[in-house]
Design a protein around this ligand. Structure first.
Ligand code: CO8
Length: 259
């Protein structure tokens, strides 16, 4: 027998074919403790396995997406560490369905890293991003030095990581960390609309689009283009390619059989 406990630190909703996860530890600014990361990972896996879900939105509160890994939980740890690093942290990049981060308020440290693991970052005008770990005598540990550098370039990444300063939403959009900005009250509704649009499309094409763009961060241009070409050709073996192209030719909306 398996016993499952209801999550306590996340709120879960479904909106049609979109799964919405809200980080919900308001007293701790959504600090990412082990329990929260475990609950988040389990829910992401559950949405990924559910054919009724086509895309996922991950958000926090109006004040904080997440203010980082839980410093109170981390501070007594010594080296060598138990394996807490990465135990539940790599779920977003691992799952096949796209995850949209809808960031309002603080996205700091592990919170900024979690947002950067997502496939699209949307931000409210009050969003603030930062990698302040240097203030704690450590460095980012969930990809901050790598994903921030790839997103905003070396000069700005060094500036953020070495000084621990925060970037406001406008600077984050200018620096290409964020794809679109919205007024705070529009953030989650707009994220749900974008996710709903993605969720109407071919799930196979969506999953391989995510994988293919992510490949750009992991390989050379020539290898990446070869990978993309092989995946592109393989889609001609799917009914969705036939339906998508037939619908265009017949001037009608495509029906990918998603109900
Ligand atoms: N961890 C634990 N508790 C936190 C955290 C945190 N990261 N952030 C805020 N809190 C708690 C505060 O302690 C406070 O609790 P209490 O009321 O019990 O004292 C409550 O949330 C509210 O916070 P503040 O009173 O500080 O609220 P302010 O509005 O004054 O400030 C800030 C908000 C600016 C967000 C401030 O709380 C802050 O600077 N927080 C810490 C930010 C930070 O340093 N983040 C980086 C953490 S280290 C990290 O993320 C490493 C990631 C490595 C991941 C590796 C795993 C694979």
């Amino acid at each position: 027998m398996t016993t499952t406990t209801a999550p306590e630190m996340i709120l879960v909703e479904t909106h049609g074919r979109v799964g919405l996860i809200r980080l919900n530890r308001p007293k701790a600014m959504n600090a990412l403790c082990d329990q929260l990361m475990q609950e988040l990972g389990a829910q992401l896996d559950a949405f990924d396995a559910d054919p009724a879900i086509g895309a996922i939105v991950l958000t926090g509160s109006d004040k904080a997406f997440a203010a980082g890994a839980d410093i109170k939980e981390m501070h007594p740890r010594t080296y060598p560490l138990e394996d807490f690093i990465g135990r539940h942290w790599e779920t977003v990049p691992r799952i096949r369905k796209p995850v949209i981060a809808a960031v309002a308020g603080f996205a700091l440290g592990g919170g900024c890293e979690l947002a950067m693991m997502c496939d699209i970052i949307l931000a409210a005008e009050n969003a603030r991003f930062g990698q302040p770990e240097i203030n704690l005598g450590v460095i980012p540990g969930a990809g901050g030095t790598q994903r921030l550098t790839r997103a905003v370039g070396k000069a700005k990444a060094m500036d953020m990581v070495l000084t621990g300063r925060m970037m406001d939403a406008a600077e984050a959009e200018r620096a290409n960390l964020v794809s679109r900005l919205f007024p705070l009250d529009q953030l989650v509704p707009e994220a749900l609309k974008i996710a709903a649009r993605i969720a109407t499309l071919s799930p196979v094409a969506v999953a391989v689009s995510k994988a293919s763009v992510n490949r750009a961060f992991e390989t050379t241009l020539a290898e990446g283009v070869r990978y993309e070409r092989a995946v592109f050709l393989s889609l001609f073996g799917t009914p969705h390619q036939r339906e998508g192209m037939a619908a265009f030719v017949e001037k009608r909306p495509a029906d990918f059989g998603l109900g």
